[in-house]
Design a protein around this ligand. Structure first.
Ligand code: ATP
Length: 435
């Protein structure tokens, strides 16, 4: 029997009105359909830790598909995977909730197994990565707020430790090693002793090499996008995870220095940087590959199945650092115009990588100047303003705007009136009319 505990009071204190209301509605609907519904996983963990988490993962005992589809009548959009009996409900306003059918290993032969209440939930939770993620809270009306903990998640949470549910966990899914490291550093937890042993033997046994490039990519991306990416990468290096994933890779102090600088930039000047979305991870990938032989760099990029633009951004980062240093570095004064037009067509992540990878402080300062300020500069006037001023539609307008941008970068114009004056002076209309 699982450990149970009433956490409804905690839910009332901690959860936002929308989350509470939504969980109530989901629970009521489940009750009407004679199903049992639970919120599970990271949400429960974070609730008990007092951390905000908006990602609701719902597990249904019984068939989740009919449950999910029933929400269409409430103005929700729904999507289902018939095969996995899972799906998503998208509420008006855009909030998404994942709903799954509690799965048993032997799902295909349900008749062979007598249905025991609570049994399929236990099986579902048993397939999860760490005990702290294996707890559920009932949201049905009658048992609202009952925490269900089969595997000692509550205790491990108190001990601030990550523990796998069984010894074959990493054999079943080696990405859990990477998930574990991410979670450990995010929460400031430790791995429990046996789990450490299993992680080491999974790495030594070559299990990580079996993962598909796409799965590795997804996990690396999540790690590099963490706020505290640097210590995770350090620990991955100590454990030999990169070598296990990418044979022949060489990670030295230079790589680590670049990664530390990237983390620093992202923490300190994040709000001044252009929005790179999740592409930022590519700068970290380039940093990891910085000291490796070219064939290793290529093999790694191949294995990760990067899209063409992503691949080009990483290759350019690695191949053209010297070019960038020559173009914007040195003791000579580089005008804003010069810096801008060298970096204008460079992907932002590539430039970000160069700023972190160069050992020349002038290069770093100038690239960061571009990324934090120059990239945003553009003329106040737009094409249609020029047409209103009497300039003909066509290529000329683009040219004038380009020249105007240069003038602005040189500091020759400030206001809209300055710009009009500048244009009239350099492109007088009478010259145009004469042809
Ligand atoms: P995060 O860990 O990023 O805060 P989360 O814990 O909600 O988010 P998700 O990736 O959304 O994690 O996964 C939801 C739940 O599914 C997790 O709490 C975990 O229990 C389980 N899970 C996810 N990936 C795996 C996996 N590879 N093996 C086992 N369980 C997994």
């Amino acid at each position: 029997l699982p450990w149970t505990e009433d956490v409804s009071e905690l839910m009332a204190q901690r959860l936002s009105p929308w989350i509470t209301q939504t969980l109530r509605r989901l629970g009521r609907r489940a009750e009407e359909m004679s199903l049992k519904a639970y919120v599970v996983g990271g949400f429960v963990r974070d609730l008990l830790l007092g951390k905000e988490n908006q990602d609701l993962d719902i597990v249904i005992e019984g068939d989740a598909l009919s449950f999910i589809k029933s929400w269409e009548a409430d103005g929700c959009r729904v999507a289902v995977h018939e095969r996995y009996r899972t799906g998503t409900i998208v509420f008006p306003g855009g909030r998404k909730i994942d709903v799954a059918t509690a799965r048993r290993e032997f799902y295909e032969y349900p008749v062979a197994l007598p249905k025991v209440v609570g049994d399929s939930l236990k099986h579902d939770l048993y397939r999860r990565d760490f005990t702290v993620n294996s707890m559920a809270i009932s949201i049905n009306g009658t048992s609202w707020g009952t925490l269900i903990d089969y595997f000692g998640g509550r205790r491990d949470l108190q001990k601030r430790q990550l523990r796998v549910l069984h010894n074959l966990s990493f054999v079943e899914d080696p990405t859990r090693v990477l998930r574990g490291l991410r979670l450990k550093h995010r929460l400031g937890f430790e791995f429990e002793d046996n789990t450490v042993r299993l992680i080491k033997s999974a790495i030594k046994g070559g299990l990580l090499a079996l993962l598909s490039g796409t799965r590795v990519k997804n996990e690396l991306k999540l790690i590099f996008l963490e706020e505290r990416a640097y210590p995770i990468v350090l620990e991955m290096v100590h454990l030999g995870i990169f070598e296990a994933l990418f044979p022949g890779i060489k990670i030295d102090r230079n790589c680590l220095r670049v990664i530390r600088r990237l983390s620093f930039f992202l923490r300190r000047i994040h709000y001044d940087l252009p929005d790179m979305g999740d592409k930022v991870w590519l700068a970290f990938l380039a940093a990891v590959l910085f000291s490796s032989a070219e064939w290793v760099q290529e093999a790694t990029i191949d294995k990760l199945h990067l899209s063409k633009p992503d691949r080009e951004a990483v290759e350019r980062a690695l191949n053209d650092l010297g070019t960038a240093e020559n173009a914007v570095g040195g003791r000579v004064i580089r005008s804003h115009e010069e810096i801008y037009f060298f970096l204008e067509d460079v992907p932002y992540v590539t430039a970000l990588f160069w700023a972190a990878a160069t050992e020349q402080w002038r290069v770093r300062r100038r690239i960061l100047l571009f990324l934090t300020r120059l990239h945003r500069i553009h003329p106040i006037l737009m094409g249609r303003d020029l047409i209103e001023l009497g300039y003909p539609k066509g290529a000329l307008i683009g040219k004038i705007l380009d020249e105007l941008l240069r003038a602005r970068l040189r500091g020759e114009v400030e206001t809209r009136e300055d710009e009009i004056r500048w244009i009239k002076k350099h492109y007088p209309l009478y010259v145009l009319k004469k042809g």
